[in-house]
Write a new protein. Structure first.
Length: 209
């Protein structure tokens, strides 16, 4: 994974510079390159070799599609990106089911995650447009289930990279939500983007682990 990881990290550094400078063209080049890096990382560890890997690979592809969609600030592209990322979370959740999670651990993790989802919903609801509330609610439900499944899979003896990658992806989604609905500000992207690309690399590496 070394060379693909370096590609993602190098492109991420350029992307953060472009975000700080509001350099649109550079962002349009650097972001897909960073996504290409984690796709190549997945291939390097054999995402095509078994059901778990294929589910992770599908999540990586859908995440890359979502990245491209979110290059635009238009609502229709944001919704397309939201849908693609939602399906990516479903794919990752399916991977953790394939890994045979501890359903007891999933149930225990679900409680706090539901509580956090309720708090996030209350935080976002006043600023989320009415036509986006249902998609955002559905998204919060899916990502919460995905994280609970990752924790269950790790608790059942799977690599800790499952839970770590899922949680990092979850946190990066909060940065996107804040940037889109609360305050469009550089700090959201300065921590959210590294968290997101790190999550994809960690999830890809869970195949090899």
């Amino acid at each position: 994974m070394l060379l693909p990881t370096l590609l993602t990290l190098g492109a991420l550094a350029v992307l953060l510079w472009a975000e700080a400078r509001e350099h649109a063209l550079t962002k349009r080049v650097a972001k897909p390159l960073a996504s290409l890096g984690f796709l190549l990382a997945g291939l390097a560890v054999g995402v095509l070799d078994d059901p778990y890997g294929r589910a992770i690979g599908l999540g990586l592809v859908l995440s890359a599609v979502g990245d491209v969609c979110l290059l635009s600030r238009h609502d229709r592209w944001f919704l397309a990106g939201l849908g693609s990322f939602l399906l990516a979370h479903v794919a990752y959740g399916a991977a953790f089911v394939v890994a045979e999670p501890s359903w007891g651990a999933v149930a225990v993790a679900a409680g706090p995650l539901v509580g956090v989802a309720i708090l996030v919903r209350r935080w976002l609801r006043p600023t989320v447009p009415a036509d986006m509330r249902a998609p955002v609610d559905a998204y919060m439900l899916v990502i919460s289930v995905m994280v609970a499944l990752a924790i269950g899979a790790t608790a059942a003896g799977g690599t800790g990279r499952m839970a770590l990658g899922a949680f990092m992806f979850y946190l990066s989604d909060l940065s996107v939500a804040r940037d889109r609905f609360v305050e469009h500000a550089l700090p959201n992207r300065l921590w959210g983007l590294p968290m997101y690309y790190g999550a994809q690399l960690v999830l890809a590496s869970s195949v090899g682990a």
